[in-house]
Design a protein. Sequence first.
Length: 326
Amino acid sequence: MNSTSSKKYLVTGGAGFIGSHLCEALVAAGNAVVIIDDFNDYYDPRIKEANVAGLAGKAELIRGDIRDDGLVTRTFAAHRFDGVFHLAARAGVRPSIADPRLYFSTNMDGTLNLLEACRHGGVSDFIFASSSSVYGVNTKVPFAETDLIHRTISPYAATKLAGEQMCSNYAHLFGLRCMCLRFFTVYGPRQRPDLAISKFTSAILAGKPIDRYGDGSTSRDYTYVEDIVRGILAAADYTRTSSFEIFNLGGSATTTLNELVALVETAAGRSAIIRELPDQPGDVPRTFADVHKAEQLLGYHPQTAIREGVAKYVDWYRRTVLAGRT
């Protein structure tokens, strides 16, 4: 895929947090974009409606579920896509423990429908949004694409690893060019309200308590959404001989939960009221991306440090979310 030329792309989950930013970048580069999104109620669908409001008249929006094989087949029959960015998924580690069947049906059956549509529709390029969750309780840091993965600890992570394996199968058996991008804790404007930075910002600014699970020593590799989108587009432009590749896309730095709370406090100008709770099942102790492969082959270089990114997010939250409530 060459994202800088005028081509037509399908973006699944294009009304979501990362997907809407990606669609805007693709449209800005002169591409035609078709979005499939089911606007489910995992979080308030009005947030997704707002995410794509600026794309009205610039991208085609199809409201539907990727588990609907008929819908997927009709979409591919109606369009000649140059490539697919598959970001649609049921997200979240903890909810996947409560309802694993929903996660397996969406994240695996939906992915299979799209791979089959590419196979039979002559679409050669497929980019799959995977997750750092696949590394599970990996004791080696930083996490590299070559690390042995043998202990995922949530249904969500298992579905993402299964998606990677399906991509590998279709690359090997049918010549589909697949790239799996392992995202590391993406944050920024429009991020889902259930994610830590969003929850902390909302609560601290409202003077409400925040939940801190464990002693605050768990750490994450946080990645600003603009850096992720640049990585996705670089992957789309990557000219390669291999039909299957995996890339880490992360910030390549770690931040503890306690450090994150302090950063939000600083940006918000207020202190947090902390409610201490036990560790959550399914949560990994740390994530840390080795991005050398993406640096060397994609020219990927994360540009937004966590302190800067948190400040940008809190500023955006004040200007949009809080302003919209007044």
